[in-house]
Design a protein around this ligand. Structure first.
Ligand SMILES: Nc1ncnc2c1ncn2[C@@H]1O[C@H](COP(=O)(O)OP(=O)(O)O)[C@@H](O)[C@H]1O
Ligand SMILES: Cc1ncc(COP(=O)(O)O)c(N)n1
Length: 275
């Protein structure tokens, strides 16, 4: 028998495998964490956009959650696409008294422009889920909605990360710079310190699912017991290589490359190889 950390993703699907549940499970597998999933919405989408969405009932989502939580309690949980207020309330109820590290990727709009969260939920997520988060990973448009001001500079991103922690009640927040220009800089505030995670910006259209992949990598490292700062450092390295070495797949915004980091390694790769 082998002991292994497990992680759970609660999110929507992508049948082409670049975003959502499918991307999360690929990351968990790559990072040597046992991956589990609860589906909130089934999404007909591909690299060209979202064609349609079917939400599962809250009752059925609860049954999936109970199936996992009563059998294989995960060492970390992430949520991605949670489209409705009722789904948020259910997840808040389930996680309210939990001590399991919890990563929120507050998915609101797909890169293709299709809304993945209804408008009321954008308000409600602030009150229901954000206060339960170990770390929240908004991109710039999502952070702007959460904090209510424009984000154009690193100073703005710092202010937003601080507000998400100090006023909205998350333990940590990282505002991602994928939607800004210049270097790809993400700003983390963990309640004590600000940290910058920086990489070259690659000129590529293969950015489908970057946010899902990044937050799943953070979740995997938290499941293995890393601190938020160390988990984000790993997550940033993983997503950077996944973007740097794109796969020739899809007619639109293609998926990232989950084997990208194998070409150059990650800070913690040695640990895996040594095991
Ligand atoms: N073109 C790029 N080159 C390098 N890193 C990028 C690029 N686009 C996004 N990133 C990084 O990918 C991660 C996900 O960011 P982002 O694309 O903003 O998320 P989302 O998918 O939620 O919009 C962040 O670490 C960001 O800095
Ligand atoms: C189920 C699901 N979750 C999240 C995203 C966001 O990913 P992106 O912003 O890269 O389109 C997506 N397209 N689909």
């Amino acid at each position: 028998m082998h002991k292994i950390a497990s992680a759970l993703t609660i999110a929507g699907t992508d049948p082409t495998g670049g975003a959502g549940i499918q991307a999360d499970l690929k990351v968990f597998q790559e990072r040597e964490v046992y991956g589990m999933s609860v589906i909130t919405s089934v999404v007909a989408q591909n690299t060209e956009g979202v064609q349609d969405v079917q939400h599962l009932t809250v009752d059925f989502i609860e049954k999936q959650l109970d199936a996992v939580l009563t059998d294989i309690p995960p060492q970390a949980i992430k949520t991605g696409m949670i489209a409705t207020v009722e789904m948020m309330e259910l997840i808040a109820k389930k996680l309210k008294n939990s001590t399991i590290p919890y990563v929120i990727d507050p998915v609101m709009v797909a890169k293709s422009g299709h809304s993945l969260m209804d408008k009321t939920s954008r308000e409600v997520i602030r009150q229901t889920l954000i206060p339960l988060a170990t770390v929240v990973t908004p991109n710039v448009p999502e952070a702007e909605i959460l904090v209510g001001f424009d984000i154009q500079t690193n100073d703005d991103a710092e202010k937003a990360a601080k507000l998400i922690v100090d006023e909205l009640g998350a333990q940590a927040a990282i505002v991602k710079g994928g939607h800004l220009t210049g270097e790809a800089i993400d700003v983390l505030y963990d309640g004590n310190e600000l940290y910058y995670f920086q990489s070259e910006r690659f000129n590529t259209k293969h950015t489908h699912g970057t946010g899902c992949t990044f937050s799943a990598a953070i979740t995997a490292e938290l499941a293995k017991g890393k601190s938020v700062k160390d988990a984000v450092e790993l997550g940033k390295a993983y997503i950077t290589k996944a973007i740097e070495y794109p796969l020739e797949l899809g007619k639109g915004n293609g998926p990232t490359n989950h084997w990208g980091y194998r070409l150059e390694g990650l800070p913690a790769q040695k640990e895996i190889v040594d095991k």
